[in-house]
Design a protein around this ligand. Structure first.
Ligand SMILES: [Zn+2]
Length: 433
């Protein structure tokens, strides 16, 4: 058996890396090889500054007497030859199970920023066919494939014929809603119910027609391709085993001094000031961890209603938060881009309200600062201490996890409703640091 790991043959959303892998599978099959099991689609640290949302790598297994190197070279030349921005990494490993060193690389690459030279120093068991920046992901993908006891989900990806690339995707939206109705929650994040949006078609000009995620593979293999109707031909359809939706990128830390910039963490913090809404509808709130390290939490407009959750925080609230750590700038302290938020202890919020006139049963008006209250109708007066303190019910609920909606969810982020339904293991934000 021969393992192939590849990465960074891609466009922004990572769809092209999976396309390269699928093309490679088909070319190897044409040459007489057999692909064993499902290929692996592995998402890595989503906070790498030179990547956008994607950051995907693929691992696959083949068997048979085929000149794999020749086929790999041919497919890569064809697909990535004239894209100067791709820095492919391709590695081969003959054997039943990739080496343990790859597993270590996966665990780091899904959370931190790891450089190619660092990785190649550590992993000397693999044959490197392309040693671009993508070699980190290529090796990490083999590492994920090797992990025992890992949590997985699946994605069935349909690809377009080349003549349609860049054109509008013709997927019948009604059929996606029907597919969702019949297969949710075994498939998930197909649609955004709040905005009435279909989410399975990407917005990038990549060769992906649609991708459907699921907690079990059989729905993707047996039902989804039948249920999703398209008005353009599906050139290919492959079901990947993946680390998407597993929170594999999150690392619980005791306080922020343990966290590196661009890492995604779970940490407990205390709200230290009022939330403020900034330009673009983003919301920021100042916080401190247990050790007094300052950090801002930021929720971005597309993650609404998470922005409203952050806006509902009050000084004194103790919360557990999951998200990516962005470095300090001259203007801002370190910032966590909130993915999930769990209120642990909400501060009591009280409001003082004006008293009610005993005669007219109407709320009295202020008679001026510190001068008590008077009734507009009958002229009666009440002293300053007649005002009533009332506890205002908080909008947030202790112990409930708030998260970004499907449209703004990161590939790696675990949908909490799947945890509630018992379909995925409890997420790190529920287990704490
Ligand atoms: Zn009155």
């Amino acid at each position: 058996m021969l393992w192939i790991g590849l990465d960074d043959t891609d466009a922004p959303d990572g769809g092209c890396t999976t396309y390269t892998a699928v093309r490679l599978m088909r070319e190897l099959e044409r040459a007489g090889a057999e692909c064993v099991g499902r290929p692996f689609l592995v998402r890595l640290n989503p906070n790498v500054p030179f990547k956008t949302r994607g950051n995907a790598a693929v691992a696959l297994r083949v068997e048979g007497e085929v000149d794999v190197r020749e086929v790999v070279e041919r497919v890569l030349d064809e697909l990535t030859g004239d894209h100067p921005e791709t820095r492919p990494g391709v590695v081969l490993y003959p054997g039943r199970r990739p080496p343990r060193t790859c597993e270590v690389v996966y665990k780091e690459a899904v959370r931190r920023i790891v450089g190619p030279s660092e990785v190649l120093e550590r992993v000397d068991e693999v044959e490197v066919l392309r040693s671009g920046r993508g070699v980190v992901g290529a090796i990490a993908a083999l590492g994920f494939a090797r992990l025992r006891g890992r949590e997985v989900t699946y994605e069935g990806i349909a690809y377009r014929e080349e003549r349609f690339w860049g054109r509008e995707r013709r997927v019948v939206e009604d059929s996606v809603w029907r597919m969702d109705e019949r297969t949710f929650p075994i498939t998930f994040d197909n649609v955004d119910r709040l905005h009435g949006e279909v989410l399975i078609t990407p917005n990038t000009p990549c060769p992906v027609l649609y991708g459907v995620r699921a907690v079990e593979a059989w729905v993707l293999e047996e039902l989804v391709p039948e249920l999703v109707e398209t008005r353009e031909p599906v050139a290919d359809y492959v079901v990947f085993e993946t680390n998407q939706g597993t929170d594999a990128h999150l690392r619980p830390v005791g306080d922020l001094s343990e966290a590196s910039d661009y890492e995604s963490v779970v940490v407990e913090v205390r709200v230290e000031g009022e939330p403020r809404r900034i330009r673009g509808g983003h919301v920021v709130v100042p916080c401190e961890d247990e050790d007094g390290n300052r950090v801002d939490l930021a929720a971005f407009a597309p993650a609404r209603p998470l922005t409203e959750v952050v806006e509902a925080l009050r000084p004194g609230d103790v919360i557990r938060v999951a998200g990516a750590v962005r470095p300090e700038t001259p203007k801002h302290p370190r910032t966590i881009n909130v993915e999930k938020l769990l209120p642990l202890e909400l501060a009591r919020e009280e409001r003082e309200i004006r008293p009610i006139c005993g005669r007219c049963e109407r709320r009295m008006s202020s008679a001026g600062r510190g001068k008590g209250f008077k009734c507009r109708r009958c002229g009666d007066w009440a002293p300053e201490d007649a005002k009533v303190r009332m506890e205002v019910p908080r909008e947030l609920v202790e112990g409930r996890v708030y998260e970004a909606p499907p449209a703004a969810r990161r590939h790696l982020s675990k949908p909490e409703y799947l945890v509630d339904l018992g379909l995925l293991e409890p997420s790190p934000i529920r287990e704490g640091g």
